[in-house]
Design a protein around this ligand. Structure first.
Ligand SMILES: Cc1cc2nc3c(=O)[nH]c(=O)nc-3n(C[C@H](O)[C@H](O)[C@H](O)COP(=O)(O)OP(=O)(O)OC[C@H]3O[C@@H](n4cnc5c(N)ncnc54)[C@H](O)[C@@H]3O)c2cc1C
Length: 375
């Protein structure tokens, strides 16, 4: 058994682990990142890359908006393959009841300084002519963006590497008490250990409540100009909130290549990676109800991924109760691409006693800690 000492050892080289590595390295710390697969190959490779401000709770709003601002600041440094495009989101309202939600959201975002525009039926049709006729309207959020997540993760890992961060390949069996023990028995010592293992993080830290939430996506061939904004049905919020049943929602994204990324689905209790054809059929049917033209397009690839879901829909960021060396950066469900930068920033601010831009308290792992499990 050999042991190498670092100030920080991060388990997981997804977008969250990579962002944390970059942030620690920028502050001059000696960092290692351990992953059993290639950088950005977990949920990060499966995600949609929608950088979106959300308002399910004040804490969710604070983290998503802060992180969106950090992405905007990073934008000039992002290489072309990250494909960052500020295309904006349109939340699509099917009827008057959903228009009431458009107005509520508009009021909330306006009060908190996020620009939005309410669209009536004609304005929506002008901006997105391929939506079906008869929709009530929508809310345009022009500062929302899209990017290609695996390349964003790779960019951050490469930047961290240039500052001295080591990438270690291998499977981790156990973490804690200043040690990361690999499956082959090798140990890596770190003053700080960060569990950023996404949907697998509860295998390494059993006291945390993370469930896998499976999602499907489809990407089409190239149809330049068909779609201009990320379009999401307002019913998406109902689907994202459902904590028991399988759900699908209309959620489509224009890629720089002219391809269209079609989502999305949510399933608990589905632990296998294979495509579920019934869910896929329901998801595509839902998409065609909003954009009938999608029905005649060619799909080039379909895949699945696992979101790391917490019971209160907020991530776990900060010290892990019961082990002063262990920190968590996990549980980002469907928002980990958006919130990766803010997660890294507030985690490292907390550890280095720097003044944080937003309070870390709502995301602290201690809020839902199961004492009995870890006692
Ligand atoms: C279908 C779908 C659509 C999504 N769309 C969006 C979106 O539009 N916008 C958004 O913001 N978010 C979106 N998300 C969520 C987002 O993809 C995730 O929140 C994010 O990628 C989580 O990143 P992560 O680094 O925490 O986890 P991951 O990317 O899963 O990385 C975890 C890493 O840990 C490694 N690992 C795990 N266990 C071990 C071990 N024992 N030993 C060694 N290595 C280990 C894995 O190999 C993996 O590389 C979506 C997710 C899905 C599934």
């Amino acid at each position: 058994m050999s042991s190498t000492a670092y100030e920080v050892v991060i388990v997981g080289a997804g977008i969250v682990g990579a962002a944390c590595a970059d942030e620690f390295a920028l502050r001059g710390m000696r960092v290692a990142v351990v992953d059993r697969d290639v950088v950005g190959s977990g949920a990060t490779a499966a995600g949609m890359g929608h950088i979106v401000v959300m308002d399910d709770s004040e804490a969710q709003f604070a983290l998503t908006r802060y992180s969106q601002r950090l992405w905007q600041a990073l934008r000039p440094e992002l290489p072309a393959d990250v494909e960052y495009e500020q295309c904006g989101t349109i939340w699509v309202a099917a009827d008057e009841e959903e228009m009431a939600e458009v107005q509520r959201k508009h009021g909330y975002y306006t009060r908190l300084g996020v620009p939005t525009t309410v669209l009536d039926s004609q304005a929506l049709k002008r901006l997105e002519p391929n939506l079906r006729a008869g929709l009530a309207g929508g809310l345009l959020v022009p500062e929302d963006a899209v990017l290609y997540p695996p390349c964003a993760a790779r960019f951050m890992m490469e930047r961290a590497h240039k500052s001295g961060t080591q990438l270690v390949s291998g499977s981790v069996a156990e973490i804690g008490q200043g040690r990361v023990r690999m499956s082959e028995g090798i140990e890596i010592a770190g003053e700080i250990i960060v569990n950023a293992a996404g949907a697998w993080s509860s295998e390494l830290t059993p006291g945390i409540e993370i469930k896998k939430r499976k999602g499907h996506l489809v990407i089409t061939d190239r149809y330049p100009g068909f779609l201009r904004h990320q379009l999401v049905e307002l019913g998406y919020l109902k689907s994202a909130h459902s904590v028991s049943s399988d759900s699908v929602a209309f959620n489509v994204q224009p890629r720089r290549t002219g391809q269209i990324l079609i989502g999305s689905s949510r399933q608990y209790g589905a632990e296998q990676k294979d495509v579920d054809h019934d869910i896929l059929r329901r998801m595509l049917q839902r998409a065609q109800e909003y954009m009938p033209g999608l029905g005649s397009m060619s799909a080039v690839r379909t895949w699945t991924g696992f979101r790391a879901a917490t019971p209160d829909k907020l991530p776990l960021i900060g010290p892990c109760p019961g082990d002063t060396s262990l920190f968590l950066a996990t549980g980002h469900e469907g928002l980990g691409i958006t919130t990766s930068l803010a997660t890294a920033r507030i985690l490292v601010d907390g550890i280095t006693d720097a003044k944080a831009e937003i309070p870390i308290e709502p995301y602290l792992p201690s809020r839902g800690w199961k004492e009995s499990v870890h006692a």
